[in-house]
Design a protein around this ligand. Structure first.
Ligand code: GBH
Length: 446
């Protein structure tokens, strides 16, 4: 008998997993507890005028103390997967050297807590919170940072490897490159395009070395990168607009996908962006072979497309969410997923982030009605379903985010959670979107 589907008439296969995502600095708080060393986000957020309202992650959603409640929440929403990140400076307070047991034990308990609840852990090793001690040694501009990362990764494999089926190396290297090193709106707040390209290479090298270390450690789970991909469309059919969109695709997507999955930098991006010696010199013989070490899974994060004019500017074509950078275009997710299969091969894919901010708050009855988020998630899940039906090996979907949290330069002013957090009391209230998502996840119907 045909399975009865939800309002859109779509049913996800029994193997498909629904989950939610967070990251360490955005939710944990406890910034100075149990031996955690400072990260560049502590430094950045404590420097005036970097973050809206002077907000910091000192307390955030206090997840470090409330993690059992938060895992109970994941379970109560019927989710099968939870993607979190590990704070490098909790595990290694100065980035290298002695392991901080208490920091490591926090993650051990957290991961065991997931397993007890039947939730599959997806662990990101780096979600932008570089140990400050390593920034003091040059950070990602220093080639050694790639090896420091691989050493840290080895500690994680040794201590937590048996407990974690899915490892993600770097969260969104593109955002570090663009926002951390070109626009300066994220830590470490640099504005230097040449440095940003060297950083891109060192990040990719770090990813590759960590993948190699996983194989050398005999890891039996899966490992891959987490890339935020943005399909680039020309605003019109003119030749110049189409060429500009092609270059934008290079900068947004191929600059990361090509070295990892094809072992080569995209020639058009290199010609346009890195014609000079310092950047070329950063790329040493053998690096690309390391970067292209085979991965088991590709983690895709999708928020928005870019629309490109003839002179290479970005244009607004679709309505935005409350984030000015986010034009809403669900079809872009279908395009991204099918493009990977077409251009890079049939590898397993997990969507590790997708969501929007909504300025929501409890009403008189204590309900949080985030209707725009329900519509956004529904339309993007429908696009993911369409990709599945056209043969993409899409295994799972994680909503960004489980909780309202510290939204980087926007501080607590943007709420991205399916769960409302009252930061004064730390009370959690599942929003309408959470109730809706529970129904989808438990029925598999959309
Ligand atoms: C993700 O980045 C992050 O992985 C996650 O931590 C974050 O909370 C979530 O999205 C929501 O933002 O204002 O011009 O400087 C998504 C990619 C890159 C989108 C940085 C916003 C800022 C553009 N983000 N970008 S700008």
């Amino acid at each position: 008998a045909p399975t009865q589907a939800g309002p859109l008439g779509l049913t996800f296969p029994g193997t498909f997993v629904f989950g939610a995502a967070t990251s360490a600095y955005q939710i944990e708080g406890a910034a100075a507890e149990d031996g955690r060393g400072p990260s560049i986000w502590d430094t950045f957020s404590h420097t005036p005028n970097n973050v809206r309202n002077g907000d910091t992650g000192d307390v955030a959603a206090d997840h470090y103390h409330r993690w059992t409640e938060d895992l109970d929440l994941v379970k109560s929403l019927g989710l099968g997967s939870y993607r979190f990140s590990i704070s490098w400076s909790r595990v290694l307070p100065t980035g290298t050297g002695t392991v901080n047991r208490k920091g490591l034990d926090f993650y051990k308990r957290l991961i065991e807590g997931m397993r007890e609840r039947g939730i599959a852990p997806v662990a990101t090793m780096f979600h932008w919170d570089l140990p400050q001690a390593l920034q003091d040694r040059g950070g990602w501009e220093n080639r050694d940072c790639a090896s420091w990362f691989a050493d840290y990764a080895q500690v994680l494999y040794r201590e937590l490897g048996d407990l974690v089926p899915t490892w993600l190396t770097l969260n969104e290297p593109k955002t570090v490159v663009q926002v951390g090193y070109q626009f300066g709106a994220h830590a470490p707040g640099r504005r230097d395009t040449r440095a940003s390209l060297v950083v891109a290479h060192h990040l990719l090298l770090a990813h590759g070395l960590a993948v190699r270390a996983y194989r050398a450690a005999g890891g039996t789970g899966r490992i891959g990168p987490a890339l935020n991909l943005a399909p680039a469309y020309p605003v019109d059919d003119s030749e110049p607009a189409r060429e500009a969109a092609l270059l934008a695709d290079g900068v947004e997507n191929r600059l990361y996908l090509d070295p990892i999955l094809k072992g080569a930098y995209p020639a058009d991006v290199v010609a346009t962006w890195a014609p000079d010696e310092p950047v070329r010199a950063a790329i040493r013989p053998g690096d690309l072979a390391v970067i292209a070490s085979p991965v088991d899974i590709l983690a895709v994060q999708y928020y928005n497309p870019v629309f490109v004019t003839a002179n290479g500017d970005r244009a607004q074509v679709k309505p935005t969410s409350e984030a000015s950078w986010q034009q809403i275009y669900p079809e872009g997710l279908f395009d991204v997923l099918t493009r990977i299969k077409r251009d890079y091969g049939d590898l397993p894919i997990t969507i590790t982030e997708n969501g929007i901010p909504v300025d929501d708050a409890p009403d008189a009855a204590g309900k949080v009605n985030d209707g725009p988020r329900v519509a956004f998630l529904r339309d993007h899940l429908a696009a993911a379903h369409r990709a599945l039906q056209s043969g993409v090996r899409l295994e799972s979907y994680h909503v960004w985010s489980l909780l309202d949290n510290f939204e980087w330069a926007e501080g607590y002013a943007q709420r991205w959670g399916i769960t409302y957090v009252d930061f004064a009391t730390q009370k959690r209230i599942p929003k309408a979107s959470a109730e809706w998502y529970r129904t989808v996840a438990t029925s598999r119907r959309l």
